[in-house]
Design a protein. Sequence first.
Length: 457
Amino acid sequence: MKSNDTATTVGKINPDVLAFTEGKDPVLDLALAVSDCIGTAAHVTMLSKMDYQPTLFTEEQRIQVIRALRDIIEEARRGEFTITAADQDVHLAVERRLTERLGDLGKKVHTCRSRNDQVAVDIRLHIREELNAMQIELAELAKALLKVAKVHKNIPLVGRTHLQPAMPSSVGMWASGYAEMLLDDVYLLEAAAKTNNLCPLGSAAGYGVPLPIDRALTAKLLAFDRPHHNVFYASCARGKDEAVLLSACTQVMLSLSRLAEDLILFSMPEFRYFTLPRELCTGSSIMPQKYNPDVLELIRAKAGLVQGYATAANTILKAMPGGYNRDLQDTKELYMEGLRVTRTSLRIMTLMANQLQVNSDMCRAAFAEPGVFATDRALELVASGMPFRDAYHQVRDHLEDLRGMDPDVVIAQKTHLGGTAGLDFDYLDARANEVQENARVAQARVDAAITELLDIE
Ligand code: ARG
C-alpha cells in the first residue's frame, strides 16, 4: 500500500472541506517555516539521545535530518519554500520535503509528536523573535520622544483636561510622558514574553506519548526557559499565548493612538504647536494646499484593529473546551497581523518623532488666555497663608488679574519629581537602554542555541 498517493499525507479529503479547513495556512504558515525546521531539529536531536531500544534515530541519521532541515531553512530564507494545498500546512510540507529527500528516514521525524505541539512550538519561536524586535523598536521610539523632550524641555505647552486649557505644561513633560507610557507598556510585553518562552513540545496531541521522551532537553535545545509542566495544559496554552500577546500589543497601540491624536490636534493650523514633517504627510488629489496626517489617522485606526484581533482571539478561546480544537488555527492570522501592525506603527511613529518640528512661538501664544494660570495663582496665595478654598474663590473672581503671567516662570516652579522642572530624563533614558539591552541579550541567547542545534560540522 502506498501511503502517499492520496491527496494529502494524512488521507483523502473532500476538496471543499480541505480548502475550508486549511484556510490561509498555506500562506500564513510560510512565516513559520524556519521555526518548524528548528523545532524539528530539536525534536530529532532529543530522539537521537533517548536511551531506548530499538534506537529511534542514530547519530548519523540525526545529522542527515539536520542537514536536510538546514537546506529547507535556506530555501525558506530565500523565499523559495512552498506549501501546497495538499500539504495543508507547514508541518506536513516540511515532512513531505524531508521524505522526498531522505525516504523512510523522513517518515520517522513525526515519531512522538503531533502537529498540535509543532504548531504551538513554531508560534512560540516566532513570537519570541518578534517580541524581541518589537521591544527594540518601542525603545527606539521612546528615545526619539525623549530627544524631543530634552531639546524642547522648557518650551511651555498649555496642559489640557477635557481638551480645555488647564495648567501650564511643557513640551518636555508632554513628550517624555508618552515615552514613559510606552516604556511601561514594555512590562506587558515582558509578561507576554515570559509566558511565551515555555516549551510545549512533547505534548504531542495534548496527552503525551508512551515513550520516555526528554521534554527538558528539547526545551533547553530551543532556549526556552523550561517545558510546560503539564502536557494537557501545554496544548491548552495555544491560543492563550497569542491572546496575551495581542492584549499587550493592544496597550502599545492605544498609547500610539493617543499620541497620534495629540499630534493631529496640535498640528492643526488653529494650534500649530507642532509641524509634522512634510515627507510623512500626504496630499490631496483636488486640494493643492493639503498636507494631511494620514499616517497618524491610520495608527489611530490600527489601534482599533489590534484591539479587534485581541477581542477575536479571546472570543475564540471563550467556551472552547480543553485540548486541541481546530478553532485555534484561526488565532494564527490574528496574532501575525497584530505583530505586523504594531511593529509597523512603532516604526512610523519613530520617523514622526525624529522629524517633529516644535513651534515655540505658537506654544507660547496659546497662553494669551490667562485662565490657564489660575491654579498656579491660587497655590501662590496658599503659599502666603490663605486657605485653599478661599484662594480658589478669590482667583475665580479675578481671572483678568492673571493676564501677563509668564509661563516660563510657572513651569520652572514645578520642581517636584515629574513636574515640568523635575522631569527624570535619566531614569527614562536608562530604562529605554535597558529594554533594548535585555531584548538584544535574549535574542543573542536564542541565536546561539539555534546555531548550536543546527551545527553538524
Ligand atoms: N494547521 C493546524 C493549526 O493551525 C495544525 C494543527 C492541526 N492539528 C489537528 N489536529 N488537525 O491548528
